[in-house]
Design a protein around this ligand. Structure first.
Ligand code: NAP
Length: 337
């Protein structure tokens, strides 16, 4: 007998069949995914580009991601719950949600009209938070939050944040201010005004001065670029200061380990974990107007490749949003910010 209620429908999804650059991305019609135990199906309104999306597509994590093809792309999303699997509590069809899915398996991707999200990967989106802002907030906001946790950032301290105009950096500077730190932000001269708008104490342009040579000392140095190593930043840190990088490597883990065994500043490498409680706190700060998104561009799904191309330059401003669909319902709000 045909199950008319759940007869297969098709959706559009961005996929690739081999590792490489954006020319590998193909927009396809594929069957709508259905949620299993512990999962929800979300009709995606907005997705946001994250560098991890194209790093995985490039094959940088082949040792983890294997050869399974085709793969879907995208991890950040916001939308409306279409269907709830068994053993899922606290969320129903029609609820607005946002979150960040694990991108390593590649069987799911948020650059698709429907995405499956698992327990722990999403939170309910409060009324008043636009779909664009919610998508822009999840992975980068959670990463920035965790950077400050790793740095043991507390009120009265001072922080230096490299990459302040980027997805993670733009939230890191705002969250550090909320925690009561004095914040010095580093970006290029073309982004100084945008970063100053995020209400930091001091902005330095890396193309106008050698920031690594300044005389100040900080309790926390956060590198969201990957160009400012722990050895290079050491002299900028107070004796008990903390260095955090969002771009780990074998060499970085060695430095992290050695810093634990010796006196002086400690190094940390971020490996972001998505926690619904943190997503909830971020969304509350967002609707209270205490954090704002820096949105560098809004694209539609047909032009998502352009968003990835922009991100791959390493010089995107804030978050790049892809409007995927209009999930409808009373809760459909599409204005940014
Ligand atoms: N380990 C983890 O769990 C984790 C989590 C999140 C992100 N990440 C990684 O963290 C990195 C940053 O992510 P993102 O989303 O913030 O990237 P993004 O949005 O692409 O931001 C990059 C920013 O860095 C700035 N920048 C480039 N060179 C710079 C320099 N020399 N000094 C200061 N700023 C510079 C760029 O601004 P200009 O154009 O002004 O140069 C741009 O705004 C990526 O490599 C990402 O993969 C890792």
């Amino acid at each position: 007998m045909v199950d008319f209620q759940h007869a297969a429908t098709v959706m559009r999804a961005l996929e690739y069949d081999r590792y490489g650059g954006i020319s590998e991305l193909v927009l396809r019609s594929v069957p709508d995914p259905r949620p299993r135990n512990g999962e929800i199906a979300v009709r995606v309104s907005s997705a946001a580009v994250a560098p991890i999306d194209w790093k995985v597509m490039r094959g940088d994590f082949r040792f983890l991601t294997g050869g399974r093809m085709p793969r879907r792309i995208g991890c950040d999303f916001s939308g409306v719950v279409a269907e709830v699997g068994r053993d899922v509590r606290g969320v129903e069809a029609g609820h607005r949600v946002f979150g960040c899915i694990n991108c390593f398996r590649g069987d799911r991707g948020t650059m698709a009209e429907v995405v499956i999200a698992r327990h722990g990967e999403f939170a309910i989106s409060p009324p008043g938070l636009s779909f664009e802002f919610a998508a822009a907030l999840s992975g980068s906001g959670a990463s920035a939050w965790q950077c400050l946790e790793l740095a043991r950032a507390t009120a009265g301290q001072c922080a230096l944040i490299f990459g302040a105009s980027g997805g993670v950096g733009s939230y890191a500077v705002q969250l550090a201010k909320i925690r009561g730190l004095s914040v010095s932000a580093v970006c290029s001269s073309r982004n100084v005004a945008a970063v100053r708008n995020l209400v930091v104490d001091h902005v330095m342009a890396y193309d106008q001065q050698d920031v690594l040579a300044i005389d100040e000392r900080f309790d926390a140095v956060i590198d969201t670029v990957g160009s400012y190593s722990f050895p290079a930043c050491r002299r900028l840190l107070k004796p008990r200061g903390h260095y955090v990088t969002t771009v780990p490597s074998g060499r970085v883990y060695g430095q992290v380990w050695r810093s634990r065994l010796s006196r002086g500043p400690r190094a940390h490498a971020l490996m972001v974990r998505i926690e619904p409680a943190v997503l909830k706190e971020l969304s509350e700060l967002a609707i209270a107007g205490r954090i704002r998104p820096l949105i560098g561009g809004i694209y539609d799904l047909d032009h998502a490749r352009d968003a990835f191309a922009q991100s791959m330059t390493g010089h995107a401003v804030g978050k790049l949003i892809v409007r995927v669909g209009s999930p409808g319902g009373d809760a459909d709000q599409t204005e940014a910010g």
